[in-house]
Design a protein around this ligand. Structure first.
Ligand code: SME
Length: 158
């Protein structure tokens, strides 16, 4: 079954977004082979956590090791994905300028932006692996993850 089917089945628009995102992180963690971290970074202004600070990503629900809590737009894989509004696949994180290492074991990463109905980035889905080259461009899994991101973005807007 495609991941997006799991995500659709397990989320409920009437639930708190933290509830939905927590279970989505757990589901992707269970379903995806060879991943070391799965989770969300959300734009602080989208979730009412900006406290007047500049726009940045803050850590949301995840599975895996303790991670960095704030990521500035344009910084790290997540911050570049959010700033440029595009999916980034990094086959070897040691080659990514400005990579933010939360876990020294991590080797490759995919980050998929979550966009509102006007196309504005409201967060990202971030997945890491301890295997080099774990994620590939334009394969079934990355297309599936982009569909998951659409479903998740809809939940965040409710
Ligand atoms: N490596 C990410 C930071 C988040 S962790 O992977 C959980 C980045 O460079 O944006």
């Amino acid at each position: 079954m495609a991941l997006v089917n799991y995500v659709e089945a397990m989320t409920d628009e009437k639930d708190w977004y933290i509830t939905n995102l927590s279970n989505v992180a757990a589901c992707l963690w269970e379903q995806l082979p060879d991943v070391s971290w799965v989770g969300f970074y959300l734009m602080n202004d989208t979730v009412g956590a900006d406290n007047g600070a500049e726009r940045e990503l803050i850590l949301g629900p995840f599975q895996g090791k303790v991670a960095c809590t704030h990521i500035k737009l344009g910084r790290g894989v997540c911050g570049v994905s959010a700033a440029e509004n595009k999916t980034l696949i990094v086959p070897d994180v040691s080659q990514f300028a400005g990579y933010i290492a939360c876990d020294s074991e991590a080797k490759s990463e995919i980050v998929v932006p979550l966009c509102d109905k006007d196309g504005k980035v409201i967060g990202v889905l971030d997945i890491d692996s301890n295997t080099m080259n774990r994620f590939s461009e334009a394969n079934e899994e990355s297309a599936d993850l982009e569909k998951c991101a659409e479903v998740i973005a809809n939940i965040l807007q409710r």
